[in-house]
Design a protein around this ligand. Structure first.
Ligand SMILES: Nc1ncnc2c1ncn2[C@@H]1O[C@H](COP(=O)(O)OP(=O)(O)OP(=O)(O)O)[C@@H](O)[C@H]1O
Ligand SMILES: [Mg+2]
Length: 343
């Protein structure tokens, strides 16, 4: 098949996406497909097929706003209108965050009539918006940490905000962007005196800030492939919080798969994962992130509709556990894309 791999783009997760793209391109080639690698931030221009797309690997921090701002978002349109796309059978979305994961590019590809991997426009938009996702989780009886949504321009009444957080969530609490990934802009706030600093940090990445109840406990994730849950992965990050550095620096996190849970608890979290996936209307594959509290409750944090796809990312790790190696996983995702009508 002829597969166009769309990667990079202008989100804060650009580097992570180039790294997923690199791995996906290699895997597709191994499976005998013809591959066209395209950086969504560069329009029609193809990425050179021999070179590594991210020669120095993922850094400790996401790319800075200034370097991303210089890139032109409109060029993505050019990539989608170009003849490269017209000749391809399917688009593999190796994008993470921003317009690649929030339904925008999905809608463009719907209009272009091109099959693409992962979820459709609506599920992508919902999954990228944690506040919207959490409202749906609640409606479906899926436990999620208590939360408040704040507009970054309405943070002036400090006393009032502190009071509301104290009343509804308590401390410690978590402050994070409502619509980003890779833990960018995240703070764990132990005391109300540190709230403003946390808001300032989140504001660098977003206009809408989520404040959440802090769930002490373990970090678990459930990959979903073809609507079915994969084995559970436990993450033990060196920093306590599974932050950007612990996500992408080799050796900064330990992974246990299958996670050490009883049979019953494994089934329970897998069922909740599948329910969250379906509740948002996700398709083909995704990853559902959880906190497992000290009193043994699973709190659903979010669904990633385009989860990391390097060979050592979480979904590939979980797939490997049931005997699906990385090239096979990538191939399966392509086949799912060709056989599912996007909702
Ligand atoms: N309410 C919470 N309680 C405890 N830890 C939390 C909470 N919210 C987030 N975290 C920590 O921060 C990490 C990132 O949070 P979350 O998954 O919500 O954001 P993200 O940036 O969208 O992540 P991803 O890279 O999976 O897209 C979690 O994996 C967890 O370690
Ligand atoms: Mg997450």
């Amino acid at each position: 098949m002829k597969v166009l791999v769309l990667m990079g783009g202008t989100s804060f997760e650009r580097d992570v996406s180039l790294s997923s793209g690199e791995a996906i391109v290699e895997a597709l080639r191994k499976k005998g497909h013809q591959v066209i690698p395209v950086d969504a931030a560069k329009g029609k221009k193809l990425l050179s097929s021999s070179a590594k797309f991210l020669p120095d690997g993922i850094k400790e921090e996401p790319p800075d706003f200034k370097s991303l701002e210089k890139m032109k978002k409109e060029l993505t349109l050019k990539a989608i209108e170009s003849s490269n796309l017209k000749d391809t059978d399917v688009v593999f979305l190796a994008l993470h965050g921003g317009q690649g994961e929030d339904g925008t590019i999905q809608a463009l590809l719907d209009m272009a009539g091109k099959p693409y991997t992962g979820s459709g426009m609506l599920a992508s938009a919902l999954a990228m918006n944690k506040d919207m996702s959490k409202k749906i989780f609640e409606r479906e009886g899926i436990l999620t940490p208590k939360w408040l949504l704040l507009e970054s321009e309405n943070l002036t009444d400090r006393a009032e905000i502190e009071k509301e957080i104290e009343r509804k969530l308590g401390f410690p609490c978590v402050v994070k962007p409502n619509d980003q990934g890779s833990t960018v802009g995240f703070s764990l706030v132990e005391d109300k005196k540190d709230l403003m600093k946390a808001f300032d940090k989140a504001k660098e990445f977003t206009d809408t800030i989520l404040v959440e109840e802090y769930i002490r406990g373990r970090e678990l994730t459930v990959g979903i492939l073809s609507e079915e849950p994969l084995p559970v992965v436990e993450i033990i990050p060196e920093h306590g919080v599974y932050d950007y550095e612990c996500k992408y620096t080799h050796g900064k996190s330990r992974y246990v798969c299958p996670a050490e849970l009883s049979y019953e608890k494994t089934k329970e979290i897998q069922q909740i994962g599948q329910k969250a996936f379906k509740a948002l209307g996700c398709q083909d594959y995704a990853r559902v992130d959880f906190r497992y509290s000290e009193d043994e409750k699973f709190f659903c944090l979010e669904v990633n509709s385009l989860p990391g796809m390097t060979a050592t990312s979480l979904v590939p790790k979980a797939a490997k556990e049931i005997g699906i190696d990385f090239p096979e996983l990538v191939d399966k995702i392509v086949n799912l894309a060709l056989n599912s009508k996007k909702r």
